[in-house]
Design a protein around this ligand. Structure first.
Ligand code: WT7
Length: 636
């Protein structure tokens, strides 16, 4: 039995047992047998959750790109590494081999070096889903620069905040991006962001849309001629196991995004090992994850995990609705995709459309279907299972987070019996716990609790960039000696986990994590707004939608309310991005507050969900009368 490839349920249980009984011996064997190192480690693991400090493979040295690219060249040089499917189906797909990937990554690495980028420097990448994005990520890793990819749907303000937080002096972007029938002026957004980022001295621009853009002399350079001229050989920087590999921002419950820092070795090992098993990847398979590389799903399961296994990984530039709602299935047929990994929000959106969009295509290549990002509802699960998997491809409902670096709870397909809406069992090495209100671990089954992880795993984030105390406070202060996930979960009679959703001020809309605080901050910047509160409510397609309660100042209250709504949403779009726009904006005279002045979001949530059966005792509020007025206005 190989510990690296789990083939049945019995093996899963055996390997799981090993991994928790002796985690160091277990991970040491995986690290030794399946990865290439420049220098062996001195110690496998040292950890202290009270600080918190976690180190894996200390003393070891490696470069992740040698594991993802170089080592495959002799046996897989001509194999497709990246399969690029463009937005427009009339444009041909590109099959980028491991050899070609090696050349392109080295060229990009040399271009970065020529721009003065050195080991440890932060590089901000704001690119659409084109091959240059993958080259850029890997080129940073090649030279030991820390990449910070910002999803290219974020606004100029959000981009500027992220560039400044990690003090990047270089930004990689494109002239524009194609998304369905639209094109987006990415360079214009970067130009606007950089008005707030005086330290940025260099911008490299990929040409995708050939749109008219401003190029600022000295600062801005087109990538293509630089790449053309650069050498395709670049020695990999030798990195310490615990050196940072990348920063990726995620929303928190305060206004400032958290720059989660991931390390080189532990992240690589866990991303690779989970990829192999959770998708049961075989040498000839074509694997497709529909996420954007701007999110952790794309980092771990489009780029690093698949490439570390020598896989063929498909990268799709477009959207599921263009040119029509059959696009995903057309791509599955065209490239004979074997593993398909997407988000519940996409499944729900496609399930609403005519089934003929699915039936037109041959989906028989599919072997594994994945879902991630938010709880999948029963209806969507069955639609996916019946119509896409034809009840023959197991669904892996994978629970994890930006912070965890890799999948934490998931079935192993063809081994773990699946159960709709359950992420099922912890992956190898993962020790989950459910906590009760008093902070004690609940040991029994058939219970609900707050989901924690009791023991370190290799790919956990090591800190928040520039704010270790916030890292401690957010994840390690709620429960002693445990990482707190921010999620609620239940465990059934056999020990399967079901994630019920966030228990903090984060709302997941169409699979995107949104903190309420940054949205409220954006709204409150409007001259006419006195105060606001955002809550989520269930939505058919998006999972959750956003409901805003807004108190207007006297002058603004006299204005046309629809105009105010447009202005508020425009402000949110500018400050955060269109994904954070509110579905409903209700103007209210006040917000229910506790005596200490805290907004009672529970009440606002209930009203937004139109469920006032159980509002609880409102008499202790500072302003109980406001609840009746709000109910009147909302009509519940
Ligand atoms: C939050 C993390 C990790 C990739 C994408 C999201 C929710 C994630 C599931 C799932 C129920 C899920 C959790 C988690 N979530 N996967 N399979 N079932 N909920 O990463 O943006 O960091 O969000 O997404 O609430 O905490 P992220």
């Amino acid at each position: 039995m190989s510990n690296y490839h789990i083939k049945n349920l019995e093996e899963y249980f055996q390997i799981y047992r090993k991994s928790v009984q002796n985690p160091e011996a277990f991970w040491e064997e995986i690290a030794e047998e399946h990865f290439v190192w420049r220098k062996r480690w001195n110690s496998v693991l040292s950890w202290d959750f009270s600080k918190p400090e976690v180190k894996w493979f200390e003393g070891g040295q490696l470069n992740i790109t040698e594991n993802c690219i170089d080592r495959h060249l002799t046996t897989r040089g001509d194999k497709t590494a990246l399969l690029f499917e463009p937005n427009d189906p009339a444009e041909s797909a590109q099959h980028i081999t491991y050899m070609e990937l090696y050349r392109q990554v080295n060229k990009m690495a040399n271009v970065l070096k020529a721009q003065g980028v050195k080991k440890g420097d932060r590089v901000c990448i704001y690119l659409p889903m084109i091959p240059e994005l993958s080259y850029a990520v890997l080129a940073c890793a090649r030279i030991g620069a820390v990449h910070s990819v910002v999803f290219a749907g974020f606004s100029a303000t959000a981009l500027a905040t992220r560039i400044n937080d990690c003090d990047a002096a270089i930004v990689l972007t494109a002239d524009g991006s194609f998304r369905g029938s639209k094109s987006i002026d990415l360079k214009g957004i970067v130009d606007k962001a950089l008005e707030e980022c005086p330290q940025v001295t260099s911008v490299l621009v990929a040409q995708r849309t050939s749109s008219n853009i401003d190029m600022k002399a000295e600062r801005d350079h087109f990538m293509a001629p630089l790449l053309e001229a650069a050498s395709d050989e670049c020695a990999a920087e030798v990195m310490d196991a615990e050196d940072p590999l990348f920063i990726l921002y995620t929303s928190g419950s305060t206004g400032k995004p958290k720059g989660m820092v991931h390390s080189c070795a532990g992240y690589m090992i866990y991303a690779a090992y989970t990829f192999k098993n959770i998708f049961q990847y075989q040498e000839e398979d074509v694997y497709w994850c529909t996420a954007d590389i701007g999110w952790i799903t794309g980092h771990s399961y489009i780029v690093y995990g698949p490439l570390a296994n020598g896989a063929t990984t498909l990268m799709f530039e477009g959207v599921p609705s263009y040119p029509d709602f059959g696009r995903f299935w057309e791509i599955v047929e065209k490239h004979k995709v074997n593993q398909f990994y997407t988000a519940p929000t996409a499944i729900r959106a496609l399930a609403k459309e005519n089934i003929s969009f699915v039936e037109k295509y041959d989906l028989s290549s599919l072997k594994v279907l994945g879902t991630v990002g938010e709880p999948i509802n029963e209806e969507a699960w069955h639609w996916y299972n019946n119509n896409i998997g034809k009840k023959e491809s197991p669904i892996v409902d994978t629970w994890w987070q930006t912070e965890t670096g890799g999948i934490m709870i998931s079935p192993i397909p063809y081994s773990t019996p699946t159960k709709p809406t359950f992420a099922t069992l912890p992956f190898i090495g993962i020790q989950p716990a459910l906590m009760d209100e008093k902070g004690e671990e609940i040991k029994e089954n058939q219970v609900d609790g707050r989901l924690c992880i009791k023991f370190p795993w290799p790919s956990m984030a090591r800190t928040i960039w520039g704010d270790h105390e916030r890292y401690r406070q957010t994840y390690f202060s709620a429960y002693e000696n445990s990482y707190f996930t921010g999620d609620g979960a239940s465990r059934d009679a056999v020990g399967y986990y079901r994630i019920t959703g966030r228990v903090d001020d984060v709302i997941i809309v169409s699979g995107h994590n949104l903190g309420t605080a940054p949205i409220e901050d954006a709204i409150n910047e409007h001259q006419g707004v006195a105060e606001s509160a955002i809550v989520g409510y269930p939505h058919d397609i998006k999972g959750n939608a956003l409901f805003g309660y807004v108190i207007l100042k006297d002058e603004a209250a006299k204005r046309n309310p629809d105009e105010m709504r447009v202005e508020i949403n425009r402000l949110i779009s500018d400050k955060i991005g269109p994904i954070a726009k509110l579905d409903i904006i209700t103007f209210v005279p006040g917000l229910p507050k506790t005596r200490s002045g805290k907004i009672m979001r529970r009440i606002l949530r209930k009203i937004a969900q139109k469920d006032v059966s159980n509002l609880g005792d409102t008499s202790t509020l500072l302003n109980p009368e406001v609840v009746a007025s709000i109910r009147d206005i909302v009509g519940v």
